[in-house]
Design a protein around this ligand. Structure first.
Ligand code: UD1
Length: 420
């Protein structure tokens, strides 16, 4: 199994190009199932989760051609309406085929995702939303079996649906389903994440009638059919945020190309509070730091508040900042798996429920560490970049799920990272 070996202590300088967002690409790839003519995407990053989604769509009968970051998908002849346990267990986001399959073909069979490293993560709101649109749903043998065959014209029926928790993939699944439903659907307490907006923008180009994406009420007037279009995936704000924290910690000056500051307000504010200088331009962001940072309190919450997908990286930052920081995780119940590993590098962190108290120390020490999820792995890379000596990160397949060309991008900035 691959490992990363990092020699800490190098400053980062130069330019790095941010990839298309994983969390926008996954629902957008699944939305290809809604279209009767081919869809052409650009900005699709080379990531494990994207490979998994493309494989899943291929099994269903979608014809796919991939050339670098361009992918075209033709779902004119879909033959299977199933996502098996084997697929869903490797990637929970496979649940995103449920809404499109049901809306266009009237039937879907999708495995229930099990628990995962960061908590139980149920999909009850996806299911209840589809039921509100009239779908018949039965859970049998660990599978969600959904059908619209009893409904008028065998189509989902528009409905008002209030989600009692803000759910990103839930909002996306229901928005895709409603796009082909009969009548108007109103999703209340919808997720406002930029990836939801990117999906909505593409669905609109496909012929959908959607308003309000980016606010907490999304209105979708169903249409009879959707067609393919061309779409460039929005830049990855979490990848950008991760590089920004890296520069803040190591010191140096880095310009992030294909990065949008307007998607990162909460993160940029915290970086400035920590002492980094952040300047934004049209389609890029520059971060400058002397590496001497102050502790910053973090509280995760749905967009536009501080993203849970940046919590671990700021935990790493706080381990070497001056002062004491309180880091509170409100989205996932078990998202502090990186703490034990950082403690092995000498970090002073104590956990009380969903809050971690981080007392900054002068140096982390390199150690062999292992990560259990994607963003936790990224936070250990950040810790390794500033630690004294060598850090070995095991189980890096998590990183390959979400960071395109991580070691070559870091090395081009002056880091010393090797994959063995
Ligand atoms: C998405 C992102 C993930 C990010 C998360 C929160 C993708 C592919 N993944 O995950 O990177 O960390 O948003 O920003 O976009 N919940 C329920 N019932 C449901 C659905 C969710 O109780 O039916 C709960 C979850 O357990 C969690 C909270 O709602 O506590 C938010 O989860 P959700 O927004 O759904 O996360 P994902 O969409 O899975």
């Amino acid at each position: 199994m691959d490992k990363l070996i990092i020699q800490g202590g190098n400053r980062l300088n130069g330019e790095v190009t941010i990839s298309g967002a994983k969390n926008a690409a996954l629902p957008i790839l699944c939305a290809s199932l809604l279209a009767e003519t081919p869809l052409k995407l650009s900005g699709v990053a080379a990531l494990k989760d994207i490979d998994t989604t493309i494989k899943l769509l291929g099994i269903m009968g979608v014809k796919i051609a991939r050339n670098g970051s361009e992918v075209s998908l033709d779902a004119s002849e879909v033959a299977s309406f199933e996502a098996t346990y084997e697929m869903v267990k490797t990637m929970r986001a496979s649940i995103l085929v449920l809404g499109p399959l049901l809306a266009r073909f009237g039937t879907a069979r999708v495995s229930l995702p099990g628990g995962c490293a960061i908590g139980s993560r149920p999909v009850d709101l996806h299911i209840k939303g589809l039921q509100a649109m009239g779908a018949a749903i039965h859970i049998t043998h660990g599978y969600i079996q959904a059908s619209t065959l009893h409904l008028p014209n065998r189509r989902l029926q528009g409905a008002r649906y209030y989600m009692d928790l803000v759910t990103v993939t839930g909002t996306e699944n229901l928005m895709m389903a409603a796009a082909l439903a009969e009548g108007t659907t109103v999703l209340e307490n919808a997720a406002k994440e930029p990836e939801v907006v990117d999906l909505a923008e593409m669905l609109i180009k496909m012929g959908a009638n959607i308003s309000g994406a980016g606010t907490d009420v999304i209105t979708i007037v169903g249409v009879d059919k959707l067609n393919g279009t061309t779409h460039n995936i929005v830049c990855d704000r979490i990848e950008a945020g991760t590089y920004m924290v890296a520069v803040a910690m190591t010191g140096g000056e880095v310009k992030l190309l294909n990065a949008r500051a307007d998607l990162l307000d909460a993160v940029i504010e915290k970086l400035r509070e920590a002492g980094a200088t952040v300047t934004s331009h049209q389609n890029s962001i520059t971060v400058k730091s002397d590496g001497k940072l102050k502790a910053v309190n973090i509280r995760t919450a749905p967009h536009p508040a501080f993203p849970t997908d940046m919590q671990a990286q700021f935990m790493a930052l706080n381990t070497v900042a001056e002062g004491v920081a309180k880091v509170t995780e409100t989205i996932f119940e078990n998202r502090f798996m990186h703490v034990q590993e950082m403690q092995r590098m000498g970090a002073d962190i104590s956990i009380d429920g969903n809050t971690a108290l981080v007392k900054g120390i002068e140096f982390l020490d390199g150690a062999t560490v292992m990560a259990t999820d994607l963003r936790a792995s990224a936070s250990l890379v950040l810790a390794g970049l500033v630690a004294r000596g060598e850090t070995v990160i095991e189980r890096i397949y998590h990183l390959d799920r979400g960071y395109e060309h991580l070691e070559s991008k870091l090395n081009a900035l002056g880091a010393n990272v090797r994959r063995v």
